[in-house]
Design a protein around this ligand. Structure first.
Ligand SMILES: C[S@@+](CC[C@H](N)C(=O)[O-])C[C@H]1O[C@@H](n2cnc3c(N)ncnc32)[C@H](O)[C@@H]1O
Length: 358
């Protein structure tokens, strides 16, 4: 039998190319050996090629095994097809590793990650300042940001001077901790519009720490009043102190603690507000449309009333804007600004002028 044993000659292939015969260095595989194992040793050459033993294979004498010639990972199967079938399996794919990613794929994602980081860096910074750092400081100090802001105002601002209190809050927000307030750029627009419209009665939804409340209150005409609504009692407590520190009494600025959707229906009966000449929506953009429709339904908007809505571009109030533009009852104007300390994040204040229910 051609190619049998370590000393065998190279076997000619069908295509005429001579192949090196299998020469094992394992003495047990030598044809002269009388050894008859219960299970013949699996050739190292095959193990290295990724083959494994067929568990159902019955041991055979060496001579038969050595009659097979191996070339690399393939077997010359034309001589002993049965034996070859018993010994050789397709090379097994390594099991997929769960939870690991090939470095090449990870590298392919790197430019995308870098591009996203560069493009949205302002949003990441905002996220870090408004969520991560704020939560960390809340945990460490046991106080909320509005309370920390008020402590700063108490020690740095002039009581009875709303302008100085507003500047102190701006300074604290840009140098210490980021406050989600209106900020000086939007504040200028708000103050100018309040002075221009001179509302006898104004309504604010979303007091927060009282920043925009002070802006409206100081621009009101003599005898004008402001009702401001804040749903969070702890935030409202800070705003109340700030408003009184600035020198506004309850007749000028009244703070109502409650949700806008619950307060609006009671404005007429419980708070004697029959009309809101100017409304500032600054609570939650996705509630603007609902609350505007509530104000309309309770006939709280006189013809010519001004409705201002903050944050209509960021985070954005598309349904509100769509309604205001398409319902035919409002004249709309958009004042473009950026977020305080983040001028690259574009935002805007919408100014609606109510034409009346007709
Ligand atoms: C972005 S802050 C307002 C900022 C404020 N206008 C300023 O410039 O200082 C939003 C405030 O609205 C309050 N708020 C949210 N939803 C409300 C609702 N349905 N009714 C009343 N206040 C609400 C929040 O508790 C938060 O204090």
């Amino acid at each position: 039998m051609a190619g049998v044993g370590p000393g065998a000659q190279a076997a000619p292939r069908r295509d005429g190319v001579r192949q090196e015969p299998f020469r094992s260095h394992d003495p047990r595989l030598h044809p002269a050996s009388n050894h008859r194992p219960r299970a013949y040793p699996f050739p190292d050459e095959l193990s290295r090629c990724g083959c494994r033993r067929n568990p159902g294979f019955r041991p055979r004498p060496y001579r038969v095994i050595l009659a097979n010639q191996w070339e690399g990972t393939r077997c010359v199967t034309d001589r002993l097809p049965l034996l070859s079938y018993a010994l050789i399996f397709p090379k097994q794919e390594p099991p997929a590793q769960v939870g690991t990613m090939s470095p090449a794929i990870a590298l392919a994602f790197l430019p995308l990650v870098v591009t996203l980081l560069v493009r949205y860096r302002h949003y990441f910074r905002l996220l870090v300042r408004t969520v991560l750092l704020r939560s960390l400081r809340d945990c460490l100090s046991g106080m909320r940001i509005e309370e920390r802001a008020f402590s700063y105002v108490l020690t740095h601002a002039l009581p009875g001077d709303p302008g100085h209190i507003l500047t102190t809050l701006d300074h604290w927000s840009s140098h210490c901790e980021y406050l989600s307030h209106m900020g000086p750029a939007k504040g200028q627009i708000l103050m100018r519009l309040v002075e221009e419209k001179a509302p006898a009665c104004a309504l604010e939804l979303g007091t927060y720490c009282g920043y925009s409340t002070l802006l409206i209150a100081r621009a009101l005409p003599p005898g004008g009043c402001l009702l401001t609504v804040e749903r969070d009692p702890r935030t409202a407590a800070v705003a109340e102190k700030l408003i009184r520190l600035a020198g506004f009494d309850e007749r000028t600025v009244e703070l109502i603690v409650g949700r806008s959707e619950e307060v609006i229906p009671r404005l007429r009966t419980q708070y004697q507000m029959n009309r809101a000449d100017l409304v500032l929506l600054a609570h939650r953009p996705r509630c603007y449309l609902r609350d505007l429709q509530l104000l309309e339904a309770h006939a709280l908007l006189p013809a010519g009333a001004t409705v201002l809505a903050d944050h209509v571009l960021f985070p954005g109030a598309p349904r509100f804007l769509q309604y205001a533009k398409s319902c035919g009852r409002y004249r709309c104007r958009l004042h473009h600004t950026g977020l305080p300390d983040f001028p690259a994040i574009k935002d805007g204040i919408a100014q609606l002028t109510y034409a009346g229910p007709g």
